[in-house]
Design a protein around this ligand. Structure first.
Ligand code: SAH
Ligand code: SF4
Length: 336
């Protein structure tokens, strides 16, 4: 839209650079702050282009103020979705963006999966989530360290818009955000992982694995029926080898379902025959959503599971659930 405005008004190309500097690097909070442009030009811009594709309609902070969830309404159709800012307390701040409203994958443990699929978000709608939090952090004299596609939706099923948003976030002329600080998390759409490689994606990848066996995985991730586990994992290993970036295998621990030491041993086998430097398992305690049919694993079970991985030389961490009290940890978003 800004491109159209510049073209239509026959503005010199340096105007674009001035706009990008103010909008994507200085994180101005309204076009009035675009002071490298004349007041008259700014007024024209305000008439033609809206400052954001989104309106923040609600904000909820966790009791420790570490996590903030924002409910956005998009101006094109007033439909709502959520994003989360996680302040890790050590200066690092992660924004967890949504790429869809709802999700067609329908994982049984996921609040978004329980909603029906409403639609894809556009590249600018994704970027505007990031800018919202970048502006907020700037006011606190802080900055954003990581962007993760772990909010609502499956990024690899909205790949064009996700890749376009990453181009805007990463390009030196626009936001200039380091590609290695961006993570796409996927439920595992095997052909799209090859597509990511073909498109030259150099950012990080997380695979929501959650089970080391085909049938078990199918029972909680419906789309797993379409993509065979061994083929999926070998695609992800190929991605890691190509990018030489460590892949994070996400594993939600659900009591009695996938948290036994035998599951951990199967997981070790599944992730073997690859450079251990390129493997990281992120253990996530299940967070009950809605009328939950699942139960979170006990801390004993989680530790026993982690011990098996550690013994086998597989790096693993235990994800601290942030923002529990506001149901705002990544991937548990639902616009109630
Ligand atoms: N669709 C993508 C990205 C969004 S989900 C994907 O599935 O990877 C982001 C993460 O949150 C995933 O690892 C997902 O499995 C996890 N998640 C979803 N529901 C959860 C819950 N109830 N408890 C803990 N983690 C959950
Ligand atoms: Fe969709 Fe990811 Fe939730 Fe599964 S976990 S329903 S893929 S958002």
């Amino acid at each position: 839209m800004i491109d159209e405005f510049i073209k239509k008004n026959l503005l010199a190309s340096f105007r674009m650079a001035q706009f990008n500097q103010a909008f994507y690097k200085d994180y101005i909070s309204s076009f009035d702050e675009l002071t490298t442009w004349s007041k008259r030009l700014r007024e024209e811009l305000k008439k033609a282009v809206s400052f954001s594709t989104l309106v923040a309609v609600k904000k909820i902070e966790s009791s420790d103020h570490g996590t903030q969830k924002v409910l956005f309404s998009r101006i094109s159709d007033d439909k709502c979705f959520e994003s989360v800012l996680m302040r890790h307390g050590d200066g690092r701040n992660t924004v967890c963006v949504s790429c869809m409203i709802g999700c067609p994958v329908g994982c049984l443990f996921c609040a978004t999966g329980k909603m029906k699929f409403v639609g894809n978000l556009s590249a600018q709608e994704i970027v505007d989530q990031v800018l919202h939090f970048a502006r907020l952090l700037k006011k606190e004299k802080q900055s954003l360290s990581n962007i993760v596609f772990m909010g609502m939706g499956e990024p690899l099923l909205n790949l064009d818009q996700v890749m376009e948003s990453i181009k805007i976030l990463n390009s030196a002329e626009k936001m200039g955000f380091g590609i290695r600080r961006i993570t796409i998390s996927t439920s595992g759409i095997t052909p799209k992982i090859f597509e990511l490689m073909k498109r030259g994606y150099k950012g990080r990848l997380a695979l929501s694995l959650h089970a080391p066996l085909q049938k078990l995985r199918e029972s909680i991730i419906p789309i797993a029926k379409k993509y065979e586990l061994l083929e999926l994992v070998s695609a992800v290993k190929a991605f890691a080898t190509r990018t030489q970036l460590r892949v994070s295998y996400e594993y939600i621990l659900i009591s009695g379902l996938n948290d036994k030491p035998t599951h951990a041993q199967k997981l070790v086998r599944l992730l073997s025959k690859t450079d251990p430097e390129l493997v990281h398992v992120n253990l996530i305690p299940y967070n009950p959503v809605g009328k939950a049919a699942f139960i979170r694993s006990s801390s004993n079970a989680i530790h026993a599971f982690a011990d098996v991985l550690t013994h086998a030389g597989i790096q693993n961490t235990f994800r601290v659930t942030m923002g529990d009290d506001i149901k705002a940890a990544c991937g548990q978003l639902a616009a109630e």
